[in-house]
Design a protein around this ligand. Structure first.
Ligand code: HPA
Ligand code: ZN
Length: 321
Protein backbone atom coordinates (compact mmCIF):
# COMPACT_ATOMS: atom_id res chain seq x y z
CA UNK A 1 0.00 0.00 0.00
CA UNK A 2 1.29 3.46 -0.94
CA UNK A 3 2.25 5.68 1.99
CA UNK A 4 -0.04 8.68 2.34
CA UNK A 5 -0.01 12.17 3.84
CA UNK A 6 -2.94 14.50 4.41
CA UNK A 7 -2.97 18.31 4.67
CA UNK A 8 -6.67 19.19 4.65
CA UNK A 9 -8.98 17.60 7.21
CA UNK A 10 -11.21 19.29 9.79
CA UNK A 11 -10.64 17.58 13.13
CA UNK A 12 -14.17 18.19 14.47
CA UNK A 13 -15.40 16.75 11.16
CA UNK A 14 -13.53 13.46 11.54
CA UNK A 15 -15.75 12.00 14.29
CA UNK A 16 -18.17 9.43 12.83
CA UNK A 17 -21.78 9.28 14.12
CA UNK A 18 -20.99 6.46 16.58
CA UNK A 19 -18.19 8.48 18.17
CA UNK A 20 -20.36 11.61 18.32
CA UNK A 21 -23.03 9.56 20.15
CA UNK A 22 -20.43 8.07 22.47
CA UNK A 23 -19.12 11.52 23.45
CA UNK A 24 -22.61 12.89 23.95
CA UNK A 25 -23.51 9.91 26.15
CA UNK A 26 -20.43 10.06 28.33
CA UNK A 27 -20.78 13.82 28.77
CA UNK A 28 -24.51 13.75 29.30
CA UNK A 29 -24.62 16.31 26.49
CA UNK A 30 -27.79 17.04 24.58
CA UNK A 31 -27.54 15.73 21.05
CA UNK A 32 -29.85 17.35 18.53
CA UNK A 33 -31.78 14.43 16.96
CA UNK A 34 -31.74 16.19 13.58
CA UNK A 35 -27.95 15.62 13.45
CA UNK A 36 -28.44 12.18 11.89
CA UNK A 37 -30.31 10.89 8.86
CA UNK A 38 -29.82 7.26 9.91
CA UNK A 39 -27.76 5.44 12.53
CA UNK A 40 -24.59 5.76 10.52
CA UNK A 41 -25.22 8.95 8.51
CA UNK A 42 -25.15 12.66 9.22
CA UNK A 43 -28.18 14.61 7.96
CA UNK A 44 -27.45 17.34 5.44
CA UNK A 45 -28.21 17.92 1.80
CA UNK A 46 -26.26 21.02 0.81
CA UNK A 47 -23.12 22.84 1.92
CA UNK A 48 -24.88 25.19 4.34
CA UNK A 49 -26.78 22.32 5.95
CA UNK A 50 -23.47 20.51 6.17
CA UNK A 51 -21.89 23.42 8.10
CA UNK A 52 -24.87 23.42 10.43
CA UNK A 53 -24.73 19.65 10.96
CA UNK A 54 -20.98 19.93 11.60
CA UNK A 55 -21.66 22.49 14.34
CA UNK A 56 -24.27 20.24 16.00
CA UNK A 57 -21.92 17.25 16.04
CA UNK A 58 -18.99 19.40 17.23
CA UNK A 59 -21.10 20.55 20.18
CA UNK A 60 -20.67 17.04 21.69
CA UNK A 61 -16.87 17.53 21.97
CA UNK A 62 -16.88 18.92 25.49
CA UNK A 63 -13.67 17.96 27.23
CA UNK A 64 -9.95 17.87 26.72
CA UNK A 65 -10.21 14.08 26.65
CA UNK A 66 -12.86 14.25 23.90
CA UNK A 67 -10.36 16.15 21.74
CA UNK A 68 -7.73 13.53 22.59
CA UNK A 69 -10.16 10.77 21.67
CA UNK A 70 -11.29 12.14 18.28
CA UNK A 71 -7.67 12.91 17.34
CA UNK A 72 -6.43 9.47 18.37
CA UNK A 73 -9.39 7.75 16.72
CA UNK A 74 -8.86 9.59 13.44
CA UNK A 75 -5.10 9.05 13.34
CA UNK A 76 -5.61 5.34 14.13
CA UNK A 77 -7.91 5.01 11.10
CA UNK A 78 -5.41 6.91 8.94
CA UNK A 79 -2.53 4.73 10.10
CA UNK A 80 -4.46 1.60 9.06
CA UNK A 81 -4.53 3.09 5.55
CA UNK A 82 -0.75 3.55 5.66
CA UNK A 83 -0.86 7.29 6.28
CA UNK A 84 2.34 8.61 7.84
CA UNK A 85 1.45 12.29 8.39
CA UNK A 86 -1.74 14.30 8.98
CA UNK A 87 -1.98 18.07 9.31
CA UNK A 88 -5.38 18.72 10.87
CA UNK A 89 -7.47 21.87 11.14
CA UNK A 90 -8.69 22.58 14.64
CA UNK A 91 -11.21 25.27 15.46
CA UNK A 92 -10.88 27.17 18.76
CA UNK A 93 -14.25 28.77 17.96
CA UNK A 94 -15.94 25.37 18.25
CA UNK A 95 -14.06 24.67 21.50
CA UNK A 96 -15.03 28.10 22.89
CA UNK A 97 -18.66 27.45 21.96
CA UNK A 98 -18.73 24.63 24.56
CA UNK A 99 -16.68 26.61 27.08
CA UNK A 100 -13.30 24.99 26.47
CA UNK A 101 -10.14 27.10 26.63
CA UNK A 102 -7.68 27.36 23.75
CA UNK A 103 -4.95 25.57 25.70
CA UNK A 104 -7.23 22.74 26.88
CA UNK A 105 -8.35 22.11 23.33
CA UNK A 106 -4.75 22.08 22.07
CA UNK A 107 -3.51 19.88 24.92
CA UNK A 108 -6.28 17.37 24.19
CA UNK A 109 -5.34 17.21 20.51
CA UNK A 110 -1.63 16.97 21.35
CA UNK A 111 -2.31 14.02 23.68
CA UNK A 112 -4.18 12.28 20.83
CA UNK A 113 -1.23 12.89 18.49
CA UNK A 114 1.21 11.51 21.08
CA UNK A 115 -0.92 8.42 21.75
CA UNK A 116 -1.31 7.66 18.05
CA UNK A 117 2.41 8.12 17.38
CA UNK A 118 3.29 5.74 20.19
CA UNK A 119 0.92 3.06 18.95
CA UNK A 120 1.07 3.46 15.16
CA UNK A 121 4.11 5.57 14.30
CA UNK A 122 1.89 8.15 12.56
CA UNK A 123 2.83 11.83 12.95
CA UNK A 124 0.36 14.71 13.28
CA UNK A 125 0.43 18.50 13.46
CA UNK A 126 -2.22 21.20 13.93
CA UNK A 127 -3.36 24.11 11.79
CA UNK A 128 -5.49 26.40 13.92
CA UNK A 129 -8.37 27.75 11.84
CA UNK A 130 -10.79 30.60 12.04
CA UNK A 131 -14.32 30.36 10.68
CA UNK A 132 -14.89 32.81 7.83
CA UNK A 133 -18.60 33.41 8.37
CA UNK A 134 -17.94 34.43 11.99
CA UNK A 135 -16.21 37.51 10.62
CA UNK A 136 -12.92 39.41 10.80
CA UNK A 137 -12.92 40.21 14.51
CA UNK A 138 -13.20 36.57 15.57
CA UNK A 139 -10.52 35.68 13.02
CA UNK A 140 -8.18 38.28 14.48
CA UNK A 141 -8.86 36.99 18.00
CA UNK A 142 -7.92 33.45 16.89
CA UNK A 143 -4.82 34.78 15.12
CA UNK A 144 -3.77 36.49 18.37
CA UNK A 145 -4.15 33.20 20.27
CA UNK A 146 -1.91 31.48 17.73
CA UNK A 147 0.71 34.23 17.80
CA UNK A 148 0.75 34.72 21.58
CA UNK A 149 0.31 31.13 22.81
CA UNK A 150 2.74 28.98 20.83
CA UNK A 151 2.41 25.20 21.01
CA UNK A 152 5.01 22.84 19.50
CA UNK A 153 2.37 21.04 17.40
CA UNK A 154 0.71 24.16 16.00
CA UNK A 155 2.40 24.75 12.66
CA UNK A 156 0.01 27.04 10.83
CA UNK A 157 -3.12 29.12 10.58
CA UNK A 158 -6.07 28.57 8.25
CA UNK A 159 -9.57 29.67 7.38
CA UNK A 160 -12.64 27.52 6.61
CA UNK A 161 -16.34 28.22 6.71
CA UNK A 162 -18.66 29.89 4.24
CA UNK A 163 -16.55 31.29 1.42
CA UNK A 164 -19.38 33.43 0.10
CA UNK A 165 -19.25 35.61 3.21
CA UNK A 166 -16.94 38.64 3.58
CA UNK A 167 -13.89 39.40 1.42
CA UNK A 168 -10.33 38.08 1.88
CA UNK A 169 -9.23 41.70 2.51
CA UNK A 170 -11.25 41.58 5.75
CA UNK A 171 -8.94 38.84 7.07
CA UNK A 172 -5.60 40.36 6.03
CA UNK A 173 -4.88 41.64 9.55
CA UNK A 174 -5.35 38.16 11.05
CA UNK A 175 -3.24 36.42 8.40
CA UNK A 176 -0.51 39.08 8.53
CA UNK A 177 -0.32 38.83 12.30
CA UNK A 178 0.36 35.07 12.33
CA UNK A 179 2.72 35.35 9.36
CA UNK A 180 4.76 37.92 11.28
CA UNK A 181 4.84 35.47 14.18
CA UNK A 182 6.43 32.91 11.86
CA UNK A 183 3.50 30.69 10.84
CA UNK A 184 2.54 29.56 7.36
CA UNK A 185 -1.08 29.90 6.31
CA UNK A 186 -3.75 28.44 4.04
CA UNK A 187 -7.30 29.46 3.21
CA UNK A 188 -10.32 27.73 1.70
CA UNK A 189 -10.89 29.39 -1.68
CA UNK A 190 -12.37 28.31 -4.98
CA UNK A 191 -14.62 25.64 -3.50
CA UNK A 192 -18.08 27.20 -3.45
CA UNK A 193 -17.02 30.52 -4.92
CA UNK A 194 -15.39 30.75 -8.31
CA UNK A 195 -11.84 31.44 -9.48
CA UNK A 196 -12.13 35.12 -8.49
CA UNK A 197 -12.20 33.96 -4.87
CA UNK A 198 -8.80 32.27 -5.35
CA UNK A 199 -7.39 35.36 -7.07
CA UNK A 200 -8.68 37.62 -4.29
CA UNK A 201 -7.27 35.32 -1.58
CA UNK A 202 -3.84 35.18 -3.22
CA UNK A 203 -3.84 38.96 -3.60
CA UNK A 204 -5.00 39.79 -0.07
CA UNK A 205 -3.49 37.06 2.09
CA UNK A 206 0.08 35.78 2.55
CA UNK A 207 -1.08 32.15 2.04
CA UNK A 208 1.36 29.49 0.94
CA UNK A 209 -1.31 26.91 0.00
CA UNK A 210 -4.90 27.00 -1.21
CA UNK A 211 -7.65 24.93 0.45
CA UNK A 212 -9.48 23.27 -2.47
CA UNK A 213 -8.77 25.82 -5.23
CA UNK A 214 -10.56 23.39 -7.52
CA UNK A 215 -12.57 26.08 -9.31
CA UNK A 216 -9.36 27.48 -10.80
CA UNK A 217 -10.25 24.97 -13.50
CA UNK A 218 -12.74 27.57 -14.81
CA UNK A 219 -9.96 30.13 -15.39
CA UNK A 220 -7.14 28.80 -17.61
CA UNK A 221 -4.84 31.76 -16.83
CA UNK A 222 -5.20 31.23 -13.10
CA UNK A 223 -4.61 27.51 -13.55
CA UNK A 224 -1.36 28.28 -15.38
CA UNK A 225 -0.36 30.74 -12.66
CA UNK A 226 -0.95 28.17 -9.90
CA UNK A 227 1.16 25.66 -11.82
CA UNK A 228 3.92 28.20 -12.57
CA UNK A 229 4.11 29.40 -8.96
CA UNK A 230 3.91 25.80 -7.68
CA UNK A 231 1.25 26.83 -5.18
CA UNK A 232 0.17 23.64 -3.42
CA UNK A 233 -3.52 22.81 -3.83
CA UNK A 234 -5.33 20.89 -1.11
CA UNK A 235 -7.70 19.06 -3.45
CA UNK A 236 -10.56 17.05 -1.91
CA UNK A 237 -12.36 15.26 -4.77
CA UNK A 238 -14.64 13.08 -2.59
CA UNK A 239 -15.77 16.17 -0.68
CA UNK A 240 -16.48 18.07 -3.91
CA UNK A 241 -18.61 15.22 -5.21
CA UNK A 242 -20.48 14.75 -1.92
CA UNK A 243 -21.34 18.47 -1.77
CA UNK A 244 -22.51 18.41 -5.39
CA UNK A 245 -19.78 20.51 -6.99
CA UNK A 246 -19.17 17.71 -9.51
CA UNK A 247 -21.64 14.97 -10.39
CA UNK A 248 -19.20 12.07 -10.19
CA UNK A 249 -15.54 11.15 -9.77
CA UNK A 250 -15.33 10.91 -13.57
CA UNK A 251 -16.31 14.60 -13.84
CA UNK A 252 -13.76 15.86 -11.28
CA UNK A 253 -10.93 17.93 -12.83
CA UNK A 254 -8.16 16.47 -10.62
CA UNK A 255 -6.31 14.94 -13.58
CA UNK A 256 -6.29 18.27 -15.44
CA UNK A 257 -4.62 20.00 -12.48
CA UNK A 258 -1.96 17.29 -12.44
CA UNK A 259 -1.42 17.42 -16.18
CA UNK A 260 -1.08 21.24 -16.09
CA UNK A 261 1.79 20.82 -13.63
CA UNK A 262 0.02 22.01 -10.49
CA UNK A 263 1.31 20.80 -7.15
CA UNK A 264 -1.63 18.62 -6.15
CA UNK A 265 -2.41 16.80 -2.92
CA UNK A 266 -5.30 14.46 -2.01
CA UNK A 267 -7.38 15.06 1.10
CA UNK A 268 -10.57 13.86 2.79
CA UNK A 269 -11.88 17.19 4.28
CA UNK A 270 -14.64 15.85 6.58
CA UNK A 271 -14.45 12.10 5.94
CA UNK A 272 -17.56 10.61 7.64
CA UNK A 273 -19.78 13.40 6.26
CA UNK A 274 -18.56 12.84 2.73
CA UNK A 275 -18.38 9.03 2.85
CA UNK A 276 -14.66 9.02 2.33
CA UNK A 277 -11.25 8.56 3.95
CA UNK A 278 -7.72 9.43 2.91
CA UNK A 279 -7.30 5.82 1.75
CA UNK A 280 -10.50 6.03 -0.29
CA UNK A 281 -9.32 9.26 -1.96
CA UNK A 282 -6.07 7.60 -3.07
CA UNK A 283 -7.90 4.46 -4.18
CA UNK A 284 -10.49 6.33 -6.21
CA UNK A 285 -7.88 8.67 -7.70
CA UNK A 286 -5.87 5.66 -8.88
CA UNK A 287 -8.93 4.01 -10.38
CA UNK A 288 -10.75 6.97 -11.91
CA UNK A 289 -7.86 9.26 -12.89
CA UNK A 290 -5.61 6.38 -13.94
CA UNK A 291 -2.84 7.19 -11.49
CA UNK A 292 0.10 4.82 -11.14
CA UNK A 293 1.77 3.88 -7.86
CA UNK A 294 4.51 6.36 -8.76
CA UNK A 295 1.90 9.11 -9.29
CA UNK A 296 0.35 8.38 -5.88
CA UNK A 297 3.74 8.36 -4.21
CA UNK A 298 4.46 11.69 -5.86
CA UNK A 299 1.21 13.08 -4.43
CA UNK A 300 2.38 12.04 -0.96
CA UNK A 301 5.75 13.64 -1.66
CA UNK A 302 3.93 16.84 -2.71
CA UNK A 303 1.98 16.84 0.56
CA UNK A 304 5.09 16.42 2.69
CA UNK A 305 6.94 19.13 0.75
CA UNK A 306 3.99 21.49 1.19
CA UNK A 307 3.46 20.64 4.86
CA UNK A 308 3.86 23.41 7.43
CA UNK A 309 5.87 21.30 9.90
CA UNK A 310 9.60 21.90 10.32
CA UNK A 311 12.26 20.76 7.86
CA UNK A 312 13.59 18.13 10.23
CA UNK A 313 10.26 16.28 10.38
CA UNK A 314 9.76 16.68 6.62
CA UNK A 315 13.14 15.04 5.96
CA UNK A 316 12.23 12.21 8.29
CA UNK A 317 8.87 11.69 6.57
CA UNK A 318 10.40 11.89 3.08
CA UNK A 319 12.96 9.27 4.04
CA UNK A 320 10.08 6.93 4.91
CA UNK A 321 8.88 7.05 1.31
N1 HPA B 1 -15.35 23.59 3.92
C1 HPA B 1 -15.41 24.78 4.52
N2 HPA B 1 -15.48 24.93 5.82
C2 HPA B 1 -15.51 23.84 6.58
C3 HPA B 1 -15.46 22.59 6.04
C4 HPA B 1 -15.38 22.46 4.63
O1 HPA B 1 -15.33 21.35 4.09
N3 HPA B 1 -15.50 21.70 7.06
C5 HPA B 1 -15.56 22.42 8.19
N4 HPA B 1 -15.55 23.72 7.91
ZN1 ZN C 1 -12.16 21.97 4.21
Amino acid sequence: MVKKAELHVHLEGTAPPALVRKMAARNGAKLDPTTFKSVGEFAWSNFWEFLDCYDKAAATILTKDDYRLITYDYLARCAKENTIYVEMFSSPDHAAEVGMSYTDHLEGIAAGIDDARLEFGIEGRIIVTCVRHLGAERALAIARLVALTPHPYVVGFGMGGDESRFHPDDFAAAFNLVTKAGYQTTSHAGEFSGPESIRASLAALPISRVGHGVRAIEDPELLEELAYRRIPLELCPGSNIATGLYKSWGKHPFRKFMDTGCLVTLNSDDPPYFGTSIGHEYEQAAKIFGLSKADLKNITRNAISAAFCGEELKEKLLSRL
